[in-house]
Design a protein around this ligand. Structure first.
Ligand code: DX5
Ligand code: ZN
Length: 222
């Protein structure tokens, strides 16, 4: 069970301090949202800032590419210090080739799907990936509400992962908070991204502990 705070909701004027605080709070990953203004209606950060984040923290970086044709940039994001690079199934024409390219760079490969993309679209790539990311909001912004039908998709993805017998992480991103994390864990997720659900609270350590308590209450280990 991993908690991955999304720095999109952090205060970028104090990024080093924010990273230190989520490290002290027990974050397992730092979730970094990269947006290009094409694949999603927002622009965020590029490899230069990811590299700076890498220098400021020893927590592994979970880099979520919300960009078209991500194969153009995977090498740069690997070089910037990513531990996991996740691309969208909808954003690349040759998903299999892109996943291989990420793995050849020595980085874990993740594949994400948008709320309207069926889990079945992962069937012929799942054996190759290290992580599956189910979007529980339409990507582009933090602070949106969790789309409830994502729970069914998480459960479906969990079954698909079990069938492979491989240790593939199942991550959920969008609208994850202390209040709903138990249900999401019950559905089968094991990596929980949270932006406003953590950075919007006063005491990150307390929030992450509460999240772990909720996950434990779901009967799975945090
Ligand atoms: C949405 C991003 C998310 C976002 C999550 O496009 O991929 O990672 O920052 O923020 P919250 O947890 O506030 O929905
Ligand atoms: Zn994200």
């Amino acid at each position: 069970m991993k908690i991955s705070p999304s720095v999109l909701s952090a205060d970028f004027t104090r990024l080093e301090k924010e990273l230190k605080d989520i490290g002290d709070a027990g974050a397992d990953y730092v979730h970094v949202d990269v947006m290009d203004g094409h694949f999603v209606p927002n622009i965020s950060i590029g490899p230069f800032v990811v590299e700076a984040i890498k220098r400021a923290t020893s927590i592994p970086l979970d880099v979520h590419l919300m960009i078209d044709a991500p194969e153009r940039f995977v090498a740069e994001f690997a070089k910037a210090g990513s531990s996991v690079i996740t691309v969208h199934a909808e954003a690349t024409r040759h998903l299999h080739r892109t996943v291989q390219a990420i793995k050849e760079l020595g980085v874990k490969a993740g594949v994400s799907i948008n709320p309207a993309t069926p889990v079945s679209s992962l069937e012929d790539i799942i054996e190759e990936v290290d992580l599956v990311l189910i979007m529980s909001v339409n990507p582009g912004f933090s602070g949106q509400g969790f789309i409830k039908s994502s729970l069914k998709k998480i459960a479906r993805a969990r079954r698909m992962i079990e069938e492979t017998g491989r240790p593939i992480e199942l991550e959920v991103d969008g609208g994850v908070k202390v209040e709903n994390i138990r249900q999401i864990a019950l559905a089968g997720a094991d990596v929980f991204v949270s932006g406003s659900g953590i950075f919007g609270t006063k005491d990150y350590g307390k929030t992450i502990s509460l999240m772990r308590e909720e996950i434990n209450a779901a009967g799975v280990k945090a």
